[in-house]
Design a binder for this molecule. Structure first.
Ligand SMILES: C[S@@+](CC[C@H](N)C(=O)[O-])C[C@H]1O[C@@H](n2cnc3c(N)ncnc32)[C@H](O)[C@@H]1O
Length: 227
């Protein structure tokens, strides 16, 4: 994928790289129905369609379906990707519909609680469906003891969403087999690519990431098959 196209469409740490690492060992096959949940401007959806020839349902709340459709046409994958502007809390799909759900840098906005997966997502997935989710998190739960220098840089709503691997593990482990959770190897590169973008949000994040300096924040990936 061209760097210029990626830089125009990144909304956080490089979603293309994150999708690449997240899906590296997944059994995705051409023709499978894949929900790309919180796809933003669709970088991960384009990646999935190009690499695996799966049929992607590219769902996002903030980005319009028309905007994403134009991008999917531009990328030559519009025949494989269905753009939809939907709320992850009100997904209108049939039960047992998807062979996989992939979510890059968005699940924490709507799923950082004990019930989202079981109530909203699990019913839509076939048995043994692939579940692969990646999001920003913390190396440990900092919430009761926020480092002084980070206090002005971490908005409280972000702290509600950013958690550690031990915090996330029990939200998924009971529902999945072949479950794995860990830090992403692409952390540095994915963030550097985003921070280099000419985007006011990237400029704000630059201060935060410089101050953090690799001490508190990470990127977490989890994968498994629906039990
Ligand atoms: C930081 S952006 C990341 C977008 C994209 N996945 C990427 O990595 O470039 C977070 C995305 O989460 C999506 N999002 C937040 N809340 C959502 C919800 N309730 N339903 C669907 N998408 C949601 C937003 O629309 C936004 O595009």
């Amino acid at each position: 994928m061209y760097l210029e196209f990626l830089q125009e469409n990144m909304m956080g740490p490089n979603a293309w790289l994150m999708a690449q690492e997240l899906t590296a060992d997944l059994p995705l096959q051409p023709g499978m129905r894949v929900l790309d949940l919180g796809c933003g401007r669709g970088l991960s959806s384009i990646f999935l369609a190009e690499k695996f020839k799966v049929h992607v349902f590219a769902v996002d709340l903030w980005t319009s379906a028309t905007e994403n459709y134009r991008r999917f046409q531009q990328a030559g994958v519009a025949h494989l990707v269905t753009p939809l502007q939907l709320d992850a809390l009100q997904l209108p799909f049939a039960h047992d519909f998807f062979d996989a759900v992939i979510s890059v840098d968005s699940y924490h906005y709507f799923g950082s609680n004990d019930t989202y997966f079981a109530e909203h997502l699990k019913p839509l997935l076939k048995k043994d469906a692939v579940v692969a989710i990646a999001f920003p998190g913390m190396k440990y739960e900092v919430h009761d003891n926020i480092p002084k220098e980070m206090e002005p840089l971490w908005p409280s709503e972000a702290l509600d969403m950013w958690h550690s691997i031990p915090w996330w593990r029990p939200k998924f482990q009971p529902h999945l087999h072949h479950f794995q959770i860990g830090e992403m190897d692409c952390f540095d590169r994915a963030w550097q690519d985003w921070l280099a973008c000419d985007n006011p949000y990237a400029a704000e994040d630059r201060v935060m990431m410089d101050t953090d300096n690799g001490r508190y924040m990470n990127l977490i990936k989890l994968t498994g098959l629906l039990s």
